[in-house]
Write a protein of this length. Structure first.
Ligand code: NAD
Length: 439
């Protein structure tokens, strides 16, 4: 099948390369000419494990091309829409990129073609776009994406489920999408067909649930800190219950990235618009709990050091999660800014995200270090904010020798506390009491 993917960011570039790897002919379109040039050379414009290799391999087959000229979508039958839907000032999703991309694509749509939304949008967007597209004779579907950055290729090729939102009784569209996803369906991946509005809601509801689960355990962490209890043991114990499950119960500095924070805010805004604001009011608290964890890291440091002014603080991790260079709404960016505001000298490192942080946050006053060792040299405290394997595997004995003060704030609860304490470190972590155990 000939496919276009409009918008080649974290979602679209992976989708384009993955579809080409399945044997489809794919043209990826982006308005960012530099991004298109890079992609055409087989270079991902961001870090995603395996993506450079997949781009190079699929471009070599001749089945994957990139262009910034929308006219190049004309030969495609299925057009995936994967442009960004960032947060606007009001908190609602900003649909300007979706609207611009659809307007630019309309001249190239016609009977028998299908426009498939993958971007995360407020419920009702697809109905509005369907009306715009209808005069061309093309159909419109919504096919939300659930990929996780860091595992994006695998999640695209082998998702937990595939959801098609289609207009009432539109069996033709279902058939076309089944042909696109034939490989996954043949391997038994379940596919659910819904109306357009439900498909849009499935995505924001899934993210709202995940965000709630994280904030739930972080709320328990706040209580555990007050009463000298241990949130990690608590998560292990409640997580054994199948109805609860242990995943997404890791207390720490909380969620960030280009999806969860903006999607819950967009969901709140849209719920209010449709007269159901009370139904998602709890998500405001989910958001607040999440942001409080960032304050708590700074508080913990202040508790330990007494004075942040002039303190040299090493921050390990800048990306919002490991195996990614995505710094959008990353807790670490926020914490670095707060530490600087409190007078600290911050030196930060990340295996992949330094360049992205420099580009996206030129305002940050921070020294970047190439390695954890360099960042920790002479540090008065170390804060772990992204759980990269190389940080989890640091040797507390060796690192003890380079820091000025062996104080570790484990913002992700991933270090082997006993080992660090045995090596002479004082360890504080979120949701693990006053740290008495480490005294
Ligand atoms: P992104 O910002 O990385 O990529 C968006 C791309 O669209 C950019 O390359 C931009 O240049 C391009 N673009 C903007 N306007 C365009 C236009 N008119 N024509 C062609 N290209 C245009 O964003 P992303 O993270 O890939 O997210 C895209 C959408 O997918 C969002 O709605 C997001 O919520 C959703 N989503 C993202 C993920 C994820 O893990 N990143 C997962 C699921 C869903």
């Amino acid at each position: 099948m000939i496919i276009s993917v409009i918008g080649c960011g974290y979602l679209g570039a992976v989708h384009a390369a993955s579809m080409a790897s399945l044997g489809h002919d794919v043209i990826g379109i982006d308005v960012d000419a530099r991004r298109v040039e890079k992609l055409a050379r087989g270079e991902a414009p961001f870090f995603e494990p395996g993506l450079d290799e997949l781009l190079t391999a699929t471009i070599a087959t001749g089945r994957l091309r990139f262009s910034h000229d929308m006219a190049d979508i004309a030969a495609a039958q299925v057009h995936f829409l994967a442009v960004g839907t960032p947060q606007s000032e009001s908190g609602a999703a900003d649909l300007r990129y979706v609207d611009a991309a659809v307007a630019a694509a309309i001249p190239y749509l016609g009977p028998g073609t299908l426009l498939v939304g993958k971007s995360t949008v407020p419920v009702g967007t697809a109905d509005r776009l369907a009306a715009l597209v209808a005069p061309t004779g093309a159909a419109l579907a919504w096919n939300p994406e659930f990929l996780r950055e860091g595992h994006a290729i695998q999640d695209t090729l082998s998702p937990d489920r595939i959801v098609y939102g289609v207009a009432d009784g539109d069996g033709t569209t279902v058939g076309i999408l089944d042909a696109v996803y034939a490989d996954a369906l043949a391997r038994g991946v379940s596919r659910l067909v819904t109306d357009l509005r439900t498909a849009e809601l499935v995505k924001v509801a899934a993210n709202a649930f995940l965000a709630t689960k994280i904030s739930f355990i972080n709320a328990m962490a706040e209580i555990a800190e007050k009463v000298d209890a241990d949130v990690v043991a608590l998560a292990d114990a409640i997580g054994r219950d199948d109805r609860i499950g242990r995943r997404f119960l890791n207390a720490g500095v909380g969620f960030g990235g280009g999806c969860l924070p903006k999607d819950i805010r967009g969901f709140i805004a849209r719920s209010e618009e449709v007269g159901a604001g009370e139904a998602t009011a709890f998500l405001r608290e989910v958001d607040r709990i999440n942001l409080r964890r960032r304050d708590r890291i700074v508080e913990l440091l202040a508790e330990e050091l007494g004075e942040l002014q002039g303190a040299r603080i090493a921050v390990l991790g800048i990306a919002f999660k490991p195996e990614s260079d995505d710094v959008r709404d990353s807790p670490a960016i926020d914490v670095i800014g707060r530490l600087h505001a409190a007078g600290a000298d911050v030196v930060a490192t990340d295996p992949r995200a330094i360049e992205a942080a420099r580009r996206a946050h030129p305002e940050l006053v921070v020294e970047y270090a190439a390695t954890a060792r360099e960042a920790m040299s002479d540090a008065g405290a170390v804060v772990l904010l992204t759980e990269w394997t190389e940080f989890r595997e640091l040797d507390p004995v060796e690192e003890r020798a380079v820091v000025r003060t062996p104080l570790m704030i484990d913002g992700r609860n991933v270090l082997d506390r006993e080992r660090w304490i045995a090596a002479g470190w004082r360890v504080r972590a979120l949701g693990r009491g006053s740290g008495a155990a480490s005294r």
